[in-house]
Design a protein around this ligand. Structure first.
Ligand SMILES: *Cc1c(COP(=O)(O)O)cnc(C)c1O
Length: 360
């Protein structure tokens, strides 16, 4: 029995299925499963421990996330996508045997200043047009020369880049970025990685040696205009709560803070125990669907911290205590994201700590 009304159910079979889909999309490549931001809100330790058997490595954004993985006894290779930016971080990378991205000259300065004991695996990130992290193509030769002279950097240096627009299959920016990447690293050996989830699915030529899927592993569609179901992905997270009250509201009465919703007819209103304090988006629009007994019921009024209100007037057989699904298997998180003017990433990783986690 679940004690908290608001909870997520994590379907680990779906997770495994989605990794297999990633392998089917990119059969020649190794998989670095991206588990940053608490595994996109699903729970870092749980997800990584489960995935360890099915993936070749993990990627996280920051060092503290990687340290938490090691503390959870994850032995796999772990790449820190932001690398280090100060000496004590470099020491942690070494102590916990992490792999690091090199994306600026300052990191090379730090590497040269520090006598490390073990040798580091590095991934040099090339900025091919995203203009966020990464060195410019023309800096590469100089940086490689310096890295090769660091005794504590492994001889084989790997390369990566990141796409800005891979979710849009009409946009030729991805092909341009890939071409610049391939051209820049052509003179060198070393493993190459460029594909996020969208590129893993929609741009096969980007697969190279390692793919870095994140969102697709959790079963949401990373590609515009295509649903997860069309792509053969299954949602891992379903967010649930309960209907805690039903009441009649007369035409002309107002509901919620600042009375933002006005009943234009006599209305049967349901109160669901979920709100932005759980990570449900505060700006979910009027009409955003929730699922109760397989019926799509529309949201009305404002989302508050602990509750939302729904319109049950057109529905029958619904009672206080009924389970309510906010997104998940049968109600895609991508669809809710559209109603809330956001993307599925923010909804998944916005789940807060008071939401209980149940695995199925
Ligand atoms: C987050 C991230 C990924 C994964 O992106 P998805 O769109 O979730 O697949 C891959 N590579 C880098 C560098 C990232 O920051």
């Amino acid at each position: 029995m679940i004690s908290a009304a608001a909870h997520i159910e994590l379907d680990l079979k779906a997770l495994r299925h989605n990794v297999c889909r990633a392998r089917e999309y990119a059969p020649q490549a190794k998989i670095m499963a991206v588990v940053k931001a608490n595994a996109y809100g699903h729970g870092l330790k749980l997800i990584a421990n489960y995935l360890a058997e099915y993936t070749d490595a993990f990627a996280v954004a920051r060092i503290d996330e990687a340290v938490r993985l090691r503390e959870a006894n994850v032995q796999a290779r772990i790449l820190v996508l932001q690398g280090f930016s100060q000496l004590d971080e470099l020491k942690l990378i070494q102590r916990y045997q992490l792999e690091t991205v090199i994306h600026t000259e300052q990191q090379v300065d730090l590497l040269e200043s520090e006598a490390l004991v073990t040798s580091l695996t590095v991934w040099v990130k090339i900025d091919t047009g995203m203009n966020r992290l990464g060195i410019r193509p023309q800096q590469l030769a100089g940086i490689l020369q310096r890295l090769q002279q660091c005794h504590h950097v492994q001889d084989e240096i790997n390369f990566m880049t990141h796409f800005a627009n891979a979710d849009d299959i009409q946009d030729d920016k991805t092909a341009q970025q890939l071409q610049l990447f391939n051209q820049t690293i052509a003179p060198y050996s070393g493993l190459r990685s460029s594909a996020n989830s969208a590129a893993t699915i929609a741009w096969p030529e980007t697969h190279l040696d390692w793919v870095r899927p994140g969102l697709m592993l959790y079963g949401a569609s990373p590609v515009l205009q295509q649903t997860a179901a069309q792509l053969g992905l299954q949602p891992v997270m379903s967010l649930y709560s309960r209907l805690i009250a039903i009441k009649a509201v007369k035409a002309g009465e107002r509901v919620g803070y600042s009375g933002s919703w006005l009943a234009e007819r006599d209305t049967i209103l349901g109160v669901v125990s979920i709100g932005y304090g759980d990570g449900y988006p505060r700006n979910a629009k009027q009409g955003t669907p929730v699922l109760i007994k397989h019926q799509r019921v529309p949201l009305i009024g404002r989302v508050s911290m602990d509750m939302v209100t729904v319109d049950l007037t057109e529905h029958s057989g619904i009672e206080p205590g009924d389970q309510v699904m906010l997104w998940g298997d049968g109600l895609p998180v991508e669809e809710i994201a559209t109603y809330a003017d956001t993307i599925p990433y923010t909804l998944l990783c916005g789940i807060t700590r008071r939401v209980q986690v149940v695995t199925v």
